[in-house]
Ligand binder design. Structure first.
Ligand SMILES: Nc1nc2c(c(=O)[nH]1)N[C@H]1C(S)=C(S)[C@@H](COP(=O)(O)O)O[C@H]1N2
Ligand SMILES: [Mo]
Length: 248
């Protein structure tokens, strides 16, 4: 495993962000930040978070990758995009970035991409192995230029849930820059179908199914999740008390 200096710097920042609340107490701050232990501890937790998810062989791919949650957003806006073969769809990248981006599917497809055969685990008790192809999220973030205050990426989706609220999810910078975190436009060598999140979905392979946001419309870089929707970082986190960190 290669840990770049950049990784370490990002990692340390993200780890510190998680400690903000604790560190407000002077004694705690001193214990954390003055001790040489801190660096060791940060590095160790970083190593664990940076490990790769298991990848599988082509013959292990599930015959059917079932759909779960929304299987078609069915809104007028989404239907119009679908009818046009997603030619008018754009992925917006904004928030705490130095360059806002608006990317078409063909622009995304032209970027260097990555393929991975991984297992998706849903909390409802099923799993499926699929082969994903997509652009590393890291590539997009380097293009947009994250500002120093950015701590999380929020993924805004096209589908409305039963409650009338849109689906959304979020991850921290460690997961955002993880090599297996991709924006996938193909599943099992075919363009991503509507049931599995067309035209683009997140794959964040060290986490459970509900973090794998489908029907992506916008990625927003933020310094805090408190002011996004219900404030807990995702639709199911807001509405069903799912853990924000769903690492596996
Ligand atoms: N936009 C959106 N993303 C979503 C969901 C959803 O309902 N809407 N469901 C989540 C859940 S719980 C799971 S298990 C996976 C299912 O992905 P699949 O439909 O490709 O199996 O998508 C996740 N991402
Ligand atoms: Mo799920």
């Amino acid at each position: 495993m290669i840990l770049t200096r950049r990784h370490l710097l990002l990692g340390a920042g993200a780890t510190l962000a998680g400690c903000d609340r604790l560190a407000r107490t002077d004694s705690v701050r001193e214990a954390l930040f003055s001790a040489e232990n801190f660096h060791q501890w940060a590095q160790r937790s970083l190593m664990a978070r940076d490990a790769l998810a298991r990848e599988f062989r082509p013959d292990q791919i599930s015959p059917i990758f079932r759909a779960n949650g929304t299987s078609n957003p069915n809104t007028p806006a989404y239907k119009a995009l679908w009818r046009g073969g997603f030619a008018d769809w754009r992925l917006r990248v904004d928030g705490l970035v130095t360059r806002e981006l608006s990317l078409s599917l063909s622009q995304l497809r032209a970027l260097p991409h990555r393929e991975q055969i991984t297992r998706h685990d849903c909390v409802e008790g099923w799993s499926a192995i699929g082969k994903w192809r997509g652009v590393p999220l890291r590539t997009i973030l380097e293009g947009a230029g994250l500002r120093g205050t950015a701590r999380y990426l929020v993924f805004h989706c096209a589908d409305m849930m039963g409650s009338g609220k849109p689906y959304y999810e979020s991850i921290d910078l460690l997961d955002a820059f993880h090599p297996q975190t991709i924006l996938a436009f193909a599943l099992n060598d075919r363009p991503l179908g509507v049931a599995n999140g067309a035209p683009l979905r997140l794959r964040v392979e060290r986490q459970l199914g509900y973090k794998q946001a489908k029907y992506l419309m916008r990625i927003e870089a933020v310094d805090s999740l408190a002011h996004i929707a219900g404030g807990k970082g995702g639709y199911w986190e807001d509405h069903a008390n799912y853990d924000w960190y769903a690492g596996i």
